[in-house]
Design a protein around this ligand. Structure first.
Ligand code: OOG
Length: 250
C-alpha cells in the first residue's frame, strides 16, 4: 500500500471516464479515508470546472435502505453536479461504461442556506427527477471511500417541471422503462422524508465551506434500487403530485 496521492487518484478516475473503461477499486491498491476521498471528488470536479462546466448543485447518495442494501454501504454521502451532467432529452449510453438509472426527488434552492435546520424555507421548487449512475469501477463494486472519490457514481441527471414547495413525505414513485414498470417506491424511502436529505445536504455543504446557493439543484437520493439503463430506451419517472420526467437513450 502506498500513501494516497489525490491527483493520481483523480487521474485514474478521469481516465476511466474518458476511456469508458471500468477500473478496479482504487482502495485495492491505495488505502485512503473518507476525507481524502472527498478531496479526490473535489479535484475531479475542479478539473471539469476548469474545462468550462459550471456547478449545478449536489446529489445525495445512500439515503434509502434499498440503495444501501443494493450497494453494500451504510452511510449517507454526496456528490457534486455540473451543468455538463444535465440531460435535456437524450442520454448517449455509448459515452458511458455501464449506466444505471434511478428515480429522484429534486429541490431547487431559492436562497442561500445558512441554517440547515431551516433548509426547507429556502426551497424555490420541487420536482420529480432521475439520475444516471455510471460507476467508474468494475461491476459497480466499491467501498465507501471509492464511491465518494468517484463522485458518488454521478454521470447524468434530469428533472421535470418545478412545482411550488410542498410536503413530500409519502408520495408514490414509479419508474417505467419502455412502458414496463421497472421500480416502484415511496418518497418516504428517502430518509423518511426527502426534506431530511435536503437538510443533510445543507449541513455537508456548510461543512465543506460551499453553502448551497440560489439556483442549485439538490437530488435527494433514490427511493428505489437502480436498474441498468439500456440503449434505445424510453424512461419515465412519475411521482404522485409532481408529474413525470421522461428521457430517451441512444
Ligand atoms: C452510488 C450512488 C448512490 C443514491 O441515490 O443512493 C446514489 C451508486 O449506487 O453507484 O446516487
Amino acid at each position: 500500500m502506498s500513501t494516497p496521492d489525490v491527483k493520481a487518484l483523480a487521474d485514474a478516475l478521469e481516465r476511466a471516464t474518458a476511456d469508458r473503461t471500468a477500473i478496479p477499486r482504487l482502495t485495492d491498491t491505495v488505502a485512503f479515508d473518507v476525507p481524502t476521498a472527498y478531496e479526490v471528488q473535489r479535484e475531479g470536479i475542479a478539473r471539469r470546472i476548469a474545462a468550462g462546466e459550471r456547478p449545478a448543485g449536489v446529489k445525495m447518495g445512500f439515503t434509502s435502505r434499498a440503495k444501501m442494501v443494493q450497494m453494500g454501504v451504510d452511510d449517507v454521502i454526496w456528490g457534486l453536479l455540473t451543468d455538463g451532467m444535465l440531460v435535456e432529452s437524450v442520454v448517449d449510453t455509448a459515452a458511458l461504461i455501464h449506466p444505471r438509472v434511478e428515480p429522484e426527488i429534486a429541490f431547487l434552492v431559492g436562497a442561500e442556506i445558512h441554517n440547515p435546520a431551516e433548509a426547507a424555507t429556502a426551497v424555490a421548487g420541487v420536482a420529480v427527477g432521475f439520475e444516471v449512475l455510471d460507476s467508474r469501477y468494475t461491476g459497480f463494486s466499491f467501498t465507501l471511500p471509492d464511491v465518494i472519490a468517484d463522485n458518488a457514481s454521478a454521470a447524468a441527471f434530469g428533472f421535470g417541471t418545478w412545482h411550488p414547495p410542498r410536503e413530500l413525505a409519502n408520495l408514490g414513485i414509479v419508474m417505467e422503462i419502455d412502458g414496463r414498470v421497472a421500480q416502484t417506491g415511496s418518497s418516504a424511502a428517502i430518509l423518511g422524508d426527502p426534506y431530511r436529505s435536503l437538510r443533510a445536504a445543507a449541513r455537508l455543504a456548510l461543512a465543506a465551506g460551499v453553502p448551497l446557493r440560489p439556483g442549485a439543484v439538490v437530488l435527494a437520493g433514490a427511493a428505489t434500487a437502480a436498474v441498468p439503463l439500456p440503449k434505445d430506451a424510453h424512461v419515465r419517472v412519475t411521482c404522485a403530485g409532481l408529474g413525470s420526467v421522461e428521457v430517451t437513450t441512444r
